[in-house]
Design a binder for this molecule. Structure first.
Ligand code: ATP
Ligand code: MG
Length: 333
């Protein structure tokens, strides 16, 4: 059985981007792979170090969201990153194998620094050592579990490339020890945000969360970006630049979506009506997930137990891998 490692940062609840870009894939893969799913609290702290309560709370929130979409804890090892010290250890070893300028050039890191001006300054001049180095720690995440396949969204591809470089460098110096991971891209491309941003993201404030209640959904969809050239209700418009049509395609039935598209183009559909229909479709889509989640909200001890077991299985794997690595590096005293 091949090993899969993937991670989620406990910085907020899961959103539609996670569901379509990641979670749906996990559901398909959980039967066929040895699947390690990391709740990346240490990584979340790299840009939330001043807000430990947020990270702590979201470890449980994310776990419950994952269980709610149907992940089976008997098949997937759901574990907490900070409980696996080998990852931190390996991050230190890898930090010798990557240059600072290579990290600064990493496109994912660059985009994220630009998005976090408040924290890292207008030109990234206040970037921390920890945040700049998070791709190194992500390489440690993957290789601690000997991850061969890594399901990620396309926003993460440069991070995986960075991991492969570290693996090659490690193997060329210390001998063939680590596997080069390959990505498993989901069939859905990146899910866009309510504001039209090409990524829906927890830190971008443009997400529809799986836990959003009816009133929240109504407000968010009512405020979603539509074709700005459409002024009057019966103006013909371009659905391809409208986020309401975009989400209809994700959660509504195909027949309804086709109707939305043609009526929008002809100008026989007003945006308010269109949004109301989307609100209904969205709530119908979220309902079964929220019903599943209720059980875990009412049974926090079950969630604790799942994390405990997943973490203990992950720890065992990490210890085995670390002895191999230390032997190769001649630090197996
Ligand atoms: P943050 O803003 O804190 O980084 P995030 O919304 O980017 O949060 P992550 O926990 O960083 O979420 O990402 C978890 C996984 O979900 C990654 O594999 C990522 O590629 C995928 N993912 C996140 N957002 C989207 C999206 N909008 N579309 C598709 N996949 C996504
Ligand atoms: Mg992210």
């Amino acid at each position: 059985m091949k090993t899969i490692l993937t991670g989620l940062r406990p910085t907020g609840n899961l959103h539609l981007g996670h569901y379509f870009g990641a979670g749906k894939n996990y559901l398909k893969m959980q039967d066929d792979y040895d699947f390690y799913l990391e709740i990346a609290d240490v990584q979340a702290l790299t840009d939330n170090f001043d807000n430990p309560d947020k990270v702590r709370k979201n470890v449980y929130e994310i776990t419950k969201d994952l269980l709610a979409i149907g992940l089976d804890p008997h098949k997937v090892h759901i574990f907490i990153q900070s409980k696996i010290p080998q990852i931190a250890e390996l991050t230190v070893f890898y930090s010798n194998l990557v240059t600072v300028s290579r990290l600064q050039r990493n496109p994912t890191v660059k985009t994220e620094i630009a998005q976090k001006k408040e924290l890292f300054g207008n030109n990234g001049e206040s970037i921390t050592y920890g945040f700049l180095g998070y791709p190194v720690s992500q390489a440690a995440d993957i290789t601690t579990f000997d991850g061969e396949l890594v399901p990620v969204g396309d926003d993460q591809l440069p991070l995986l490339e960075q991991c492969r470089e570290i693996v090659r460098k490690f193997n060329s110096i210390y001998g063939e020890t680590l596997k080069e991971p390959t990505q498993v891209l989901s069939t859905t491309t990146r899910v866009k945000g309510l504001d039209g941003n090409d990524k829906m993201g927890k830190s971008l404030g443009n997400a529809i969360y799986l836990v959003d209640d009816e009133e929240t959904i109504r407000k968010k969809i009512m405020g979603a970006l539509t074709d700005t050239n459409k002024i009057k209700k019966d103006d013909p418009a371009n659905p391809d630049v409208c986020m309401v049509y975009y989400y209809h395609k994700l959660v509504n039935k195909e027949a309804n979506t086709t109707k939305v598209c043609s009526e929008c183009q002809k100008g026989t559909r007003g945006c308010v009506q269109c949004k109301k229909e989307l609100i209904e479709a969205m709530n119908n889509f979220l309902k079964p997930i929220q019903e599943q989640r209720k059980y875990y909200d009412e049974h926090p001890e079950v969630v604790d137990q799942i994390l405990k077991e997943g973490t203990s299985q992950a720890l065992q794997k990490a210890q085995e891998q670390m002895s191999k690595i230390k032997k190769a590096m001649k630090i197996d005293y």
